[in-house]
Design a protein around this ligand. Structure first.
Ligand code: FES
Length: 157
């Protein structure tokens, strides 16, 4: 990672945007990586705009490295105003593009964000607003054995 990129990652991770749970989210996705043990949850809220259902807000929580935090922060801004289909079409590389090309050992960090987004926006995995998980529990609360949250451990690429 270049010095400039390291600085950009550190800065984004130090002051992450859209960090935290979201009340009344339309969709929630949680994923984890078996190789590094990091986890990321994303909440998404939609709105109607010019006859299109677009992303109004997105937030995240993570047990992740600085790069995952930085990419999630950027991604939750980047997907605003996009339809679910448009956001689903974005790769980890696109979601992390403001940071510049990530070194090979950090590509999976952006992949974690992409996968959390996919988990949230995949209709089969989405939680309808009426049945959305209560706001109270944090990501920590949700990984207790009694939790009903589905955690997808991703295989090594
Ligand atoms: Fe696992 Fe970054 S080291 S997400």
């Amino acid at each position: 990672m270049s010095e400039e990129q390291t600085k950009a990652v550190e800065e984004a991770a130090k002051n992450p945007k859209n960090l935290g749970e979201m009340e009344g989210a339309d969709a929630i996705g949680t994923v984890g990586r078996s190789d590094c043990g990091d986890m990321l949850r994303m909440w998404v809220k939609f709105k109607e705009e010019n006859g299109r259902k677009v992303i109004d807000r997105a937030t995240f929580q993570t047990f992740g490295c600085q790069t995952a935090i930085a990419v999630a922060s950027i991604a939750t801004e980047m997907i605003l105003g996009k339809t679910a289909g448009e956001a689903l079409a974005m790769s980890g590389e696109q979601l992390s593009s403001p940071l510049g090309p990530l070194p090979p050992m950090k590509i999976h960090c952006a992949q974690l964000v992409e996968d959390a987004l996919k988990s949230a926006l995949d209709p089969a995995a989405a939680i309808p607003a009426a049945n959305a998980t209560p706001v109270g529990p944090t990501l920590v609360d949700q990984i207790t054995p009694a939790s009903k949250v589905k955690i997808n451990l991703l295989k090594k690429p």
